[in-house]
Ligand binder design. Structure first.
Ligand SMILES: *[C@@H]1O[C@H](CO)[C@@H](O)[C@H](O)[C@H]1NC(C)=O
Length: 490
């Protein structure tokens, strides 16, 4: 579902006194959506600026759509972490400051979603609607074909079926329309509201040529990124470079223009966008940039969840960015890893693990349990007393096991971990001497944790450190004596 569609619904209706938006939780979600298969669900986080901006529109839309029996619901992903991650809504560290939007197929949908699914994939274009149709969306693809050219029609229709969520498609068989468009059938033209405004497909019209043509020309050289187009960039499979600048900055256009040649040089390899630094400061923060030093620049590898912020002591100008991007492409820049300071003393019941110490702690010959949490996460708060007790429970075997917590909002999980944290809390275990992380999937009771650790630990966790030391001491003494005897015997 596309939210701009919702927010654009004309708002004649009076504001509802009570909210018509249904709050769903992990326990009510399934039953509700089974009973109401056409539910629109917003997965949100209370701290997300765009979610806040959307809220009033969402309320109004809910009131309007209620009459058509289309319920609108919302899920607070900071509380319902399991539900959200099971729905493919990525929380931290991707943390898009945009509401993740999902239809009920379990995958966050791209723009269009169900509403566009309900329209025919290809609209008929005539002299009467041609002008209007070609500017009806950001990207509109129109085929101009002869009435008798069934082969081209089929190729185009099949392509449109596959990509109906991404682009608006039209087809015209009127020679007069082709004439107005200044093409000779068969031809395909991509109309867009940005850059050069129009591209014509060269050569034969095939599945492949349509695919490459649409892909190459549908992404603007350097557009503003927003909730509407975020998914497109996230799914593009190439790194995304951001210019963070306030939309109110009088020099914004100038700053963005200066970067355009760099975007052109890397077209198809890195996407470039600008983003409103005020509205999406949280996103900047997730890329390890700090407020409010704007403009700022960062590259994000969305697939690998790595980030490469340009030092904020540098100015965002053509030469600086060009050199930085060249170094990035050459693999000369290491991803930025955010970390809290290594604690001077560990005085909490559980070990406070930070990114800078991650590899060192992981390399120790100890069994290791780590809770990756966010301070705002409800389930994490609930777990805290139990987890603290767990830490105390094993405090007499600290030489053999580490019970740790890792604040994943203030620390990046280093790439060396080999996994990504996508929901909170994420609890992982690594046995001493093993390099494999196991996800803790048991229930979050003290007994289950203890049972899990005792069963899966390499070390014997039942023997306390002091007793162990004594035993070790004894055996050392024994073996020394043994040596003595042997020496004598010789
Ligand atoms: C030990 O770890 C495995 C996962 O590798 C898990 O399935 C099992 O339940 C754990 N044992 C106990 C007793 O919790």
């Amino acid at each position: 579902m596309r939210f701009s569609t919702l927010s654009a619904i004309s708002l004649g209706a009076a504001l509802a006194a009570a909210s018509d938006v249904v709050d769903l939780t992990g326990s009510s979600f399934q039953e509700f959506t089974q009973q109401n298969p056409l539910t629109l669900v917003e997965f949100f986080a209370p701290w997300c600026g765009h979610c806040k901006a959307l809220a009033p529109h969402y309320e109004e839309a809910a009131t309007i759509l209620k009459k058509d029996n289309v319920p609108i619901a919302k899920v607070d992903c900071t509380v319902e972490t399991e539900l959200c991650s099971s729905m493919g809504v990525n929380g931290y560290p991707c943390a898009p400051p945009f509401p993740a939007v999902s239809d009920l197929e379990g995958v966050p949908t791209r723009r269009g979603g169900r509403i566009r699914q309900a329209l025919p994939a290809v609209s008929e274009v005539t002299t009467a609607n041609h002008n209007e149709f070609k500017s009806a969306d950001k990207v509109v693809i129109i085929a101009y074909v002869d009435e008798s050219d069934e082969a081209t029609k089929t190729t185009f229709n099949n392509f449109a079926d596959l990509y109906r969520d991404d682009y608006l498609f039209g087809l015209s068989t009127e020679p007069a329309v082709a004439a107005v468009a200044n093409v000779k059938a068969p031809a395909v033209v991509l109309y867009k509201t940005f850059d050069e405004g129009r591209n014509e497909l060269d050569g034969k019209i095939t599945d492949d040529s349509l695919f490459l043509f649409a892909k190459e020309h549908s992404v603007p050289l350097l557009d503003e990124i927003s909730p509407d187009n975020f998914a497109m960039y996230a799914e593009a499979g190439i790194p995304l470079a951001y210019i963070f600048v306030e939309s109110s900055n009088p020099k914004r256009e100038q700053i963005v223009k200066a970067i355009e040649p760099i975007a052109r040089e890397h077209k198809g390899k890195i996407n470039f966008v600008w983003i409103d630094a005020n509205k999406f400061a949280d996103h900047a923060k997730s890329l390890n940039l700090v407020e409010p030093t704007w403009p700022a620049f960062a590259i994000q590898n969305i697939q690998q969840m790595t980030k490469f912020p340009l030092s904020q002591s540098k100015s965002v100008d053509h030469d600086t960015v060009s050199a930085f991007v060249a170094d990035f492409v050459a693999g000369k820049i290491s991803p930025s890893i955010k970390s809290q300071k290594v604690p001077a003393v560990q005085d909490e019941p559980v070990f406070v693990l930070v990114a800078d110490e991650f590899d060192k702690v992981v390399a120790e010959d100890k069994d290791l349990l780590v809770e990756f949490y966010a301070p705002w996460c409800g389930h994490c708060k609930k777990l805290k007393p139990i987890y603290d007790t767990l830490g105390e429970r094993f405090s007499n075997v600290k030489s053999k096991v580490t019970i740790a917590k890792f604040d994943a909002t203030e620390n990046d999980v280093p790439a060396s971990a080999g996994f990504k944290v996508q929901g909170f809390p994420t609890i992982k275990f690594k046995a001493a001497g093993s390099s494999e992380w196991i996800s803790y999937e048991g229930d979050r009771s003290l007994d289950s944790f203890v049972e899990f650790l005792e069963a899966n630990a390499t070390h014997d966790l039942a023997t306390p450190d002091d007793l162990e030391a004594e035993l070790e001491g004894e055996s050392k003494v024994k073996s020394e004596r043994h040596d003595e005897l042997r020496t004598r015997a010789i």
